[in-house]
Ligand binder design. Sequence first.
Ligand SMILES: [Zn+2]
Length: 227
Amino acid sequence: MIYLNDSYIKEFQATIVAVEDEKIITADSCFYAQSGGQPGDKGVLEVNDQKFNVINTIKHEKGIAHVLEEAIEEASGEIQGSIDWDHRFRLMRMHTSMHLLCAALPYYVTGGSIGLEKSRIDFDLGEETFDFETLNQIINDFIQQEHPISYQWITNEELDQQLELVRTLSVQPPRTNGQIRLVKIGTIDLQPCGGTHVANTKEIGEFKFLKYESKGKMNKRVQFTLD
Ligand SMILES: [Zn+2]
């Protein structure tokens, strides 16, 4: 998918492969399809001089489905799409912050949800306790250390030999043609992930720890926002 190869691509062209109710489906897209706790992209599709607002993007058996405000009769041929970059870039900053939390808290991730206003990530912390003011400082230090984010692809077999890289029990890393993408944040985090990330931690801005809650024995929830 385009967004897996480059999360800074904001526009694309493609041929429509299907139209189903309010969905326009293409084989590939730069629109991120909702998964792994990250919402789908919004934006605009242009088809034969008509413009449609995309309110969500989801995976589909034929590729990527761009969800419109209402059903359309039919459409075919070429489309041009552009994503709502403000929405996407904020989600990229939020998502990358989740990796920094993983770097700071080396425990299994049991859940997570990324939002525009605030995001949350759940860890299986066991009996551990943390000073969350210190955690806030650690994350902001990571951001200011300007770690670059890079990618590498490995095979299923290679991942199976390094299962310690898998940080979450709840989301299986996406496998594309037998390959899994590893996301590397400088020297601090390496894990399989199919989401969208900023290119350097400095783009995240200021991290603000909001709240810590116990949601059960295996779920300790950290909520945060960004300035
Ligand atoms: Zn990620």
